[in-house]
Design a protein around this ligand. Structure first.
Ligand code: MLT
Length: 312
């Protein structure tokens, strides 16, 4: 059992496989980021990392499982912005992000894109605004469940457009994107780590990117601000967590390995190709991570409350 400070256990860590729990489907954006850094982290630790996808309820099933896991450093949660929105969305959330977890460090912040199936009528954001006004009830909007980044962005999009669309939940935007490519759903707001290939390949249509600056890999795509939706700003930050009670010596080893992975050449170039970048060494520390989590809980709470979208 973990919990107590045991210098010998920290010294020997890792003696077993470490599991990185991903709260969404395999092949989706969170999974992509996790698998990308898993290898250099394992190398740095001199151990083995296994990635496990635990899907459901917008990422909250996985977070609940890890919160209740043995705090020995062998069960690590990857989670994103959803860690900060879930407390406002779920009145009966079985964990408290700031009390039940120790943030280990941040990995990356990913822009989002507003995308549609290829034969969806509107060609530009301007046309989309007009089109949704007339057809709102018939338009489907995919997301990865309440608590997902795509859910939050979809919420902001509907507010910005002043309409209510028909939401179609998935267990990750990996499968949602497949349905978008197949023309089964109309619209989605999803991370560039998932959509870049299909946008560049012309398999889906894109209207805007949700960051203040354009994304280098998608240079023709206007920002939401340029497209007239200045309130629609969201970047999807990702970080790692262990359950509270995990010995400090083990946390320090994990955090150091995460920081080191952010300077890995392959990580930097792969993230760059997907429109993202690792956090800087100063921005990625456990302290900075905890601060960002606190700030984001405070930022999103009134916005979610006002929208009145809490889950049952
Ligand atoms: C995923 O990995 O499927 C995503 O991060 C889902 C989301 O939060 O929209």
């Amino acid at each position: 059992g973990g919990g107590e400070e045991d210098p010998a256990a920290a010294e020997a860590f890792p003696e077993d496989d470490i599991t990185f729990v991903v709260p969404f489907s395999a092949g989706g954006p969170t999974d992509t980021v996790t698998r990308l850094v898993a290898e250099p982290i394992a190398e740095e630790l001199g151990g083995t990392v296994v990635v496990q996808n635990v899907e459901g309820a917008g990422g909250t099933i996985a977070a609940g499982e890890v919160a209740a896991a043995n705090p020995d450093g062998y069960t690590v949660l990857m989670h994103h912005i959803g860690m900060s929105t879930a407390p406002s969305l779920y009145p009966d959330l079985p964990y408290a992000p700031l009390e039940d977890f120790e943030p280990l460090g941040l990995v990356t912040q990913v822009p989002m894109t507003i995308v549609a199936r290829n034969d969806f009528e509107p060609q530009t954001m301007e046309e989309l605004v007009e089109y949704v006004e007339q057809n709102a009830a018939d338009i489907t909007l995919a997301n990865a469940g309440i608590g997902a980044a795509s859910h939050l962005c979809g919420l902001l999009l509907q507010e910005a457009l002043g309409v209510e669309l028909t939401e179609v939940p998935y267990e990750g935007t990996g499968p949602a994107l497949q349905d978008l490519v197949a023309g089964e759903v109309d619209l989605m707001c999803d991370q560039t780590t998932n959509t870049t290939g299909q946008i560049q390949g012309g398999q889906i249509k894109a209207y805007a990117v949700t960051t203040p600056e354009r994304v280098e890999t998608l240079p023709d795509l206007p920002t939401t601000e340029e497209a007239g939706l200045e309130e629609l700003q969201v970047g999807v930050w990702h970080g790692f967590y262990v359950p509270t009670g995990t010995p400090e010596g083990i946390r320090e080893k994990l955090s150091a390995a995460i920081l080191a992975s952010l300077e890995d050449e392959n990580v930097v170039s792969q993230l760059g190709e997907l429109g993202a970048a690792p956090f800087s060494q100063e921005e990625a520390t456990p302290e900075a991570h905890r601060q960002l989590l606190e700030d984001q809980i405070e930022l999103w709470q009134p916005i979610i409350e006002e929208a009145g979208v809490a889950a049952d």
